[in-house]
Design a protein around this ligand. Sequence first.
Ligand code: HAM
Length: 424
Amino acid sequence: MSSPIQNVRGFGDVLPAEGPAWAFVEQTFRRELERYGYTEVRLPVVEKTELFSRAIGEVTDIVEKEMYTFTDRNGDSLTLRPEGTAGAVRAALQRGLLHNAQPRLWYSGPMFRHERPQKGRYRQFHQVGAEAFGVPGPDIDAELILLSGRILRALGVRDLRLEINSLGTQAARQHYREALIAHFEAHSAVLDEDAQRRLHSNPLRVLDSKNPAMASIIDAAPDLSDYLDDASRAHFQSLCDMLDRAGQSYHVNTRLVRGLDYYGGTVFEWISADLGAQGTVLAGGRYDILVEMIGGRPTPAIGFAAGLERLVALVEAAGTAPPAPAPHAALVVGDDSLQAETLALAEQLRDQLPWLHLQMPLGGGSMKSQLRRADRSGAAVALIRGAEEAAAGTVAVKYLRDGIEQVTVATEQLPEILSALHAH
Ligand code: HAM
């Protein structure tokens, strides 16, 4: 035997035991997003590399070192999407969805980043994202944040902290960048290699450094909130008022800058204390410059994306996902010569009772082993059709979960018996 082939590091499998939590998370997102008027788009996993380098920014972790980029057989540089916003904007623009319209789109699917895998961080991971175009005011910011809070509450995950901030206009950030550069240059001896490299290209990212040697100069760095322009300040204040009015608590974190260059104005993150270093479960913000950067007319926009692996882990810990439904019944073929007609009977029952979960432990074998498999399926009853029952037009009903005695009923009575099980 040759040695078994393993998965690619960081590319996980979702096994059946995790199915209910995944389904619960995905269905909850779909339901709540639809209630707020978001419609689904399905976007390709591969885009031109240029889309991401332009949208996310050349000097970001993602574009510098995390993209799965390859040259295809035509010699084009393509990339497995590291996130969904760039593709959503590309599609909205290319397909004319932004013409005299303010679309609200959502998507779901795998994303790819070549990060160092650890708990809560994978190279293939899944996001649900929402993007709202064409609304410039703080009302959509507030609604999107309230929507994200509603989804997280519906999932039953607790102890989440909402952090919000405003990154201001490009001009405000430019002034702030200059102040940051001056501050860090005055302490250049303490800067590590990454910080040195980013100091002039993307000084805001220096603030994200986890290097303890730099903690005190980062603490002492100027604060973005002191550089905000009046319009951004007013926008942010209205957002806070709207969240207050709706009873949504939040923390203003003036150091929250997010890792993608397209952001400006409102940014936010939902963070769990229970996931260690990878605690952000849902994050987003305004990206009013992106549509124009990708070649469209200036169009305000805001969105978020949630990391499903992280939410599934929290849902599993909280035990809030409904379990997978057990089969109502398992239909056991008591004699190999009865396979064809028993299979036909199963089809007939499924036609008659559209809600019915009916399993058949196929593949023959002794009655004992079939009953063992029926029991393992979790079915409430085993329906046994041996030679004797087939000749008499009956079926034996063996209750597998409660001590009710076995009964033999006419085959026509099965829908009634199964309906009684369904009602319980
Ligand atoms: P992001 O912060 O890069 O934003 O990712 C959003 C979420 O995806 C994170 O908070 C996290 O839960 C999850 N995530 C990211 N990387 C990984 C990973 N390697 N393993 C597991 N989960 C991960 C964006 O992607 C933006 N497109 C969000 C957005 C939409 N902004 C506006 N619209």
